[in-house]
Design a protein around this ligand. Structure first.
Ligand SMILES: *Cc1c(COP(=O)(O)O)cnc(C)c1O
Length: 439
């Protein structure tokens, strides 16, 4: 593990009150705050000094809350589009690509921007931290954390629905410091989250924290840092498909820092975020001008999730209502929420591969489809600077070039499993822990 790098200096700040305080190591919430608010990192370095590309995502360490640099990362790559730009009649379309595309200088082995956050969350953990990190995920996040924690010897417990095990493919074996537990077939992401909550309250475990973790957001924000570093200016428009909304909040926060940096312009970047119809939780709340999510019947939601191709976008409790969350980002940037059907996304993925030369993840195809619609319908000035965040891609290419196999679960839990039984299994998997004192 390489730790010959100095930790980044920063304070934390409540978005709600502006109050600043220091990080006790894994602070996820503002102390004593009654409303639900995100906290942000306020970095000592006001101007971003981008370091050598060989550091991967840690080249942006000035604005990452890390105590050390982990090995093996790749930063997102940004380039100016020719094929798709010409097709859409856009003069300044920039593509930021997270995934596998060696020709463009990006080699994320787990093929999505979840890898950026896995490296920075891992880098926030100090080398002498005790305990096992707990992460619940429906797919891409689990794959990224498994790879990064395995390669850097960080103890990790993953909770994944059994039906999503096909997302856990790896080119090289995952070490024993990574354990995988599942919720039985028929369960979904929320059951996995529920199980992970029960375990992370046991001594010896700590929760990753999701959107509340500054390391997760600032890791994803490197997509925007990559774009602005390449373009030299803050874009006018930003297109990204959203599930939890964390990536888009991260983009907004990165822009806020870049405005203060002062070298890249002072314009707000319009967030144009997108969802895969018919699952439209964020879309519906935004169109109703509501900070709260609208009520959604369980069966209806499950049916919608079954229908969509981009399953990673099916989050029902996104970081949207929370202070500093997606609702605020959209209001502040005069942004919008767009939608695309499976068929539109399929067509966009086909076009991207034909015009740009690589395969993209269904979620990235949703974002691309909405850009195509907005541009074709003349809603984007042709000289506007547009950033298309391709949040995942190159999986087909990676799998063609590499052999891969699937990670097998250490244990599968029935939904009805009692807390005592969960403790017993945890004790067997982690002999060093003593799972008492947990409700
Ligand atoms: C997770 C994911 C998204 C959505 O990101 P959020 O931060 O959850 O909104 C989009 N694209 C891909 C490829 C993803 O894995």
């Amino acid at each position: 593990m390489s730790s010959n790098n100095k930790p980044t200096h920063y304070l934390l700040q409540s978005v709600n009150t502006g109050q600043q305080f220091s990080d006790t190591g894994w602070t996820l919430d503002a102390p004593g705050e009654k409303v639900d608010t995100l906290i942000r990192a306020v970095y000592e370095e006001v101007q971003l000094d981008v370091k050598d590309a060989s550091l991967g995502v840690f080249r942006f360490a000035d604005w990452l809350p890390v105590t050390r640099f982990l090995k093996g990362s790749s930063a997102p790559a940004t380039y100016k589009s020719k094929g798709l730009a010409e097709y859409l009649g856009l003069e300044n379309l920039y593509i930021t690509f997270s995934g596998y595309w060696p020709e463009k200088g990006v080699t994320m082995r787990t093929c999505s921007f979840k890898e950026t956050e896995a490296y920075t969350v891992g880098g926030r953990i100090t080398e002498d931290t005790q305990g096992t990190l707990v992460v619940a995920s429906a797919g891409n996040t689990a794959r990224a954390f498994a790879r990064v924690c395995s390669d850097n010897n960080i103890p990790l417990l993953l909770c994944v629905p059994e039906d999503n095990l096909d997302a856990l493919w790896f080119d090289e074996p995952i070490n024993d410091n990574v354990k995988l537990i599942c919720t039985r077939s028929g369960s979904d992401y929320f059951d996995a989250i529920h199980l992970s909550n029960k375990i992370s309250c046991m001594p010896g475990f700590f929760p990753e924290g999701g959107a509340r973790n500054i390391a997760r957001r600032d890791g994803m924000g490197t997509t925007v840092l990559s774009a602005v570093h390449f373009i030299g200016k803050i874009p006018d428009y930003y297109f990204q498909a959203v599930g939890s909304g964390t990536g888009a909040v991260a983009a907004w926060e990165a822009i806020d820092r870049l405005i203060v940096d002062g070298r890249f312009g002072r314009n707000q970047m319009k967030l144009m975020v997108s969802q895969n119809a018919p699952f439209l939780a964020i879309y519906d709340a935004w169109k109703a001008n509501s900070r709260q999510m609208l009520p959604l019947d369980d069966d209806v939601a499950r049916h919608q999730v079954e229908e969509i191709t981009a399953k990673v976008l099916s989050n029902r409790k996104p970081a949207y209502p929370i202070i500093g969350g997606l609702f605020d980002c959209l209001k502040n940037t005069d942004g919008d929420v767009l939608k695309a059907t499976n068929a539109e996304a399929d067509e966009a993925a086909r076009l991207f591969e034909e015009l740009e030369g690589n395969d993209i993840h269904p979620a990235a195809a949703v974002a691309t489809a909405t850009l195509i619609k907005e541009a074709k319908e003349g809603r984007i000035p042709k000289d506007a600077i547009v950033m298309l965040n391709i949040t995942g891609g190159g999986e087909k290419l990676f799998k063609k070039e590499n052999k891969y196999h699937y990670l097998q679960p250490n244990h599968v839990f029935d939904i009805s499993t009692s807390m005592d039984e969960i403790k017993k299994v945890m004790k067997a998997l982690f002999p060093a822990i003593n799972p008492v004192g947990c409700k």
